[in-house]
Design a protein around this ligand. Structure first.
Ligand code: NAG
Ligand code: NAG
Ligand code: NAG
Length: 395
């Protein structure tokens, strides 16, 4: 009898929690019809990716993701370490981890100008930039300057491996591992992005807040990965291409589905699993393909598809800024490349915020971006190197 009682207690507690969550979900003023439709999260129909075993691991059962060697970098250490998560006064909604070439100090300045740390903090967010060691050929920025930048902002996380395309996977794992250990119990979500991406942080925040209510089991689960899904693509086998991959590096004809590293969303529990699994999988230098594709597939974590958030054309986001200023039209996209214009993020975020105070209007029929913004396609598609291989589909 005592055994039975002990088993029933957790079940009863779980039931009560579920009932409370359902009531608060139904009663929430956020749940207007349009928002439900807009933010409904759909798991991909491709059930091959779906694997529900072990998808509800709780934080207590996670593998250790502390300091120490990073993959096969046995003497890995931080040159600069941020403590933005430890400093946070209450649990964050999300930590933004932004891949940034160490020499891109002007790009980071644009990010801070677009949205300051204090404003992020008010929104329950924080941000760190992921850097590596300056390469010898870097003549404009010095480590002393980076130390100065860290003293002012405290938002740099710099590993001691050297900045290089082929070291991006180290940087990516470094960021996920740091977020999963430093921010464990301190943040709900992790947003990984590149520093040359425009992103609507107000949209992302609303999405995550809504997700917590609408998908109370998914949001904290150890199987949460959402972003721009690239379905089974072939590796680029053209040697002249920057993204050329040899058959030794990757022998298979197709990559598993993966998320574009432009911007994707995960959480602490999922990041910890990816990092732990990455140690058991042969290293592959294309970071998003490796971590959110090859490593993820081994864990059977499904991908949540938000491809309609993204524009591959920087021109569209440029036109969005123009139309936000002139007509207060809502932007159809929430993320995309900046087209090598770091200031575009400043303009975009400063102008899009009003839409979250109901001060914007939907684009009238006949005024879609496709019709009013004649984009000349020059930006790359999210998949590495695809622009060289096939024409970009205008969306
Ligand atoms: C799900 O993954 C587990 C191991 O992680 C495996 O044993 C099982 O066969 C998988 N199920 C499906 C339906 O793929
Ligand atoms: C780590 O692994 C990569 C890929 O296999 C290899 O190229 C590199 O030399 C290794 N680095 C060290 C420090 O062992
Ligand atoms: C990657 O980092 C390692 C460790 O710092 C360095 O030895 C190597 O040269 C870097 N890779 C490239 C391609 O520069």
């Amino acid at each position: 009898m005592r055994m039975r009682g002990r088993r029933l207690l957790p079940i009863a507690i779980s039931l009560i929690v579920i009932i409370i969550l359902c009531i608060s979900y139904i009663a929430s003023p956020l749940r207007s019809k349009s928002q439900r439709d807009e933010f409904l999260v759909q798991l991909p129909p491709n059930s091959m990716e779906d694997n529900d075993s072990d998808q509800t691991t709780h934080l207590e059962h996670l593998p250790e993701v502390g300091p120490g060697p990073l993959l096969n970098l046995s003497n890995f250490d931080y040159l600069l370490a941020s403590n933005v998560c430890r400093r946070a006064e209450r649990e964050l909604l999300a930590i933004l981890i932004v891949t940034s070439y160490a020499g891109h100090d002007a790009v980071r300045a644009a990010h801070r100008q677009a949205i300051a740390q204090s404003k992020l903090a008010e929104m329950g967010l924080q941000r760190v930039f992921l850097l590596a060691a300056l390469p010898a050929r870097e003549h404009f920025v010095t480590q002393a300057q980076l130390m100065d930048e860290q003293a002012r902002f405290g938002d740099l996380l710099q590993g001691n491996f050297v900045e290089a395309y082929r070291n991006l996977s180290y940087k990516h794992v470094m960021g996920l591992r740091w977020a999963a250990s430093e921010c464990q119990h301190r943040t709900k979500f992790i947003i990984k992005m590149d520093d040359d991406i425009i992103y609507d942080i107000f949209h992302l925040r609303r999405y995550l807040e809504t997700l917590e209510l609408s998908q109370p089991a998914l949001a904290p689960s150890s199987a949460f990965l959402a972003g721009y899904v690239l379905d089974a693509r072939p590796p680029i086998r053209v040697q002249a291409n920057k993204w050329y991959v040899s058959r030794q590096e990757y022998p298979h004809a197709l990559y598993p589905a993966y998320l574009s590293g432009w911007l994707y969303i995960t959480n602490v529990a999922t990041a910890a699993r990816l990092v732990a699994e990455a140690m058991r999988v042969p290293f592959f230098w294309i970071d998003d393909t490796w971590l959110t594709g090859i490593v993820r597939a081994r864990l059977g974590i499904p991908l949540i598809r938000h491809n309609n958030w993204y524009s591959a054309n920087a021109e569209f986001l440029d036109c969005c800024v123009r139309d936000l200023k002139l007509h207060s039209y809502e932007c159809e996209y929430f993320a995309g490349p900046n087209g090598a214009d770091a200031k575009l993020l400043v303009e975009f975020l400063h102008n899009v915020e009003k839409c979250y105070f109901d001060e914007c209007i939907k684009r009238p029929p006949g005024k879609s971006l496709k019709q009013t913004c004649l984009a000349t396609v020059k930006s790359p598609a999210p998949e590495h190197g695809v622009a060289h291989v096939q024409p970009l589909r205008l969306r």
